[in-house]
Design a binder for this molecule. Structure first.
Ligand SMILES: NC(=O)c1ccc[n+]([C@@H]2O[C@H](COP(=O)([O-])OP(=O)(O)OC[C@H]3O[C@@H](n4cnc5c(N)ncnc54)[C@H](OP(=O)(O)O)[C@@H]3O)[C@@H](O)[C@H]2O)c1
Length: 191
């Protein structure tokens, strides 16, 4: 059955981007990583937050603005409240509104393969709605001290996880977790 995976690189102190959305630290350790290769092969569609798309496309950055640096090809959906009237990249479809409907749309496009979610704000909403099956975190050996947290939800209930993979690829530690059933909603209800 197709899974919804939140795939992210994180500093050891829990940031997915440093101050000013800095991400260069995440690209320093670019050893081959079989865990990433497996994700690329099993992913049918991606859902990206509008900020992740925009920030990643900035010319001064090491990212390409394409998921997996262009190593993955397929339907890419961008969540935004303000979809542009025209977009030059026909691979990108803009979605607005309800996160459950968005995930349902992206799962359909994935055609039986997995869906990857990119961007902390979007992923947190998916977690809140019980829409994420797995969390795959690449821990980079750095302390950033400030930036965008992997998960920030003061006062909310904890999210229970089960570790299913711990592996190394060069300096990176891969951590994979299954999101255990929570009290609210699950993907099967997404229509
Ligand atoms: N470490 C990593 O692996 C990794 C990966 C990707 C990105 N990043 C970094 O993460 C940062 C971006 O993440 P982020 O959490 O700030 O933002 P994000 O999740 O990428 O995007 C947030 C945006 O998505 C749109 N959005 C969210 N929920 C929506 C909804 N329900 N309906 C419609 N639109 C919705 C809104 O766009 P509008 O304002 O257009 O409405 C919102 O501003 C950047 O610094 C990027 O470099 C890190």
């Amino acid at each position: 059955m197709a899974k919804v995976l939140w795939h992210v690189t994180m500093s050891l102190d829990g940031f997915i981007a440093g101050p000013g959305d800095s991400m260069d630290w995440a690209f320093v350790h670019s050893a081959p990583n079989p865990t990433v290769d497996e994700v690329i092969q099993t992913t049918g569609a991606v859902l990206v937050g509008r900020r992740s798309l925009e920030v990643g496309k900035q010319a001064t950055r090491l990212e390409t603005g394409k998921p997996y640096g262009g190593a993955w090809k397929g339907p890419e959906f961008v969540l935004t409240h303000r979809p542009p009237e025209q977009h030059p990249d026909r691979e990108v479809t803009f979605l607005s509104g309800d996160i459950r409907r968005a995930i349902s749309t992206v799962l359909q496009a994935a055609d039986g393969k997995n869906v990857v979610v990119i961007g902390a704000h979007v992923a947190q909403q998916c977690i809140d709605e019980g829409l994420i099956d797995e969390l795959l975190v690449h821990v980079a050996p750095i302390l950033l001290g400030d930036g965008i947290r992997l998960f920030g939800r003061p006062g909310a209930l904890p999210i229970d996880l089960e570790a299913t993979e711990v592996s190394r690829a060069g300096a990176i530690t891969n951590l994979r977790f299954r999101v255990l059933p929570q009290q609210r909603g699950d993907k099967a209800d997404a229509t």
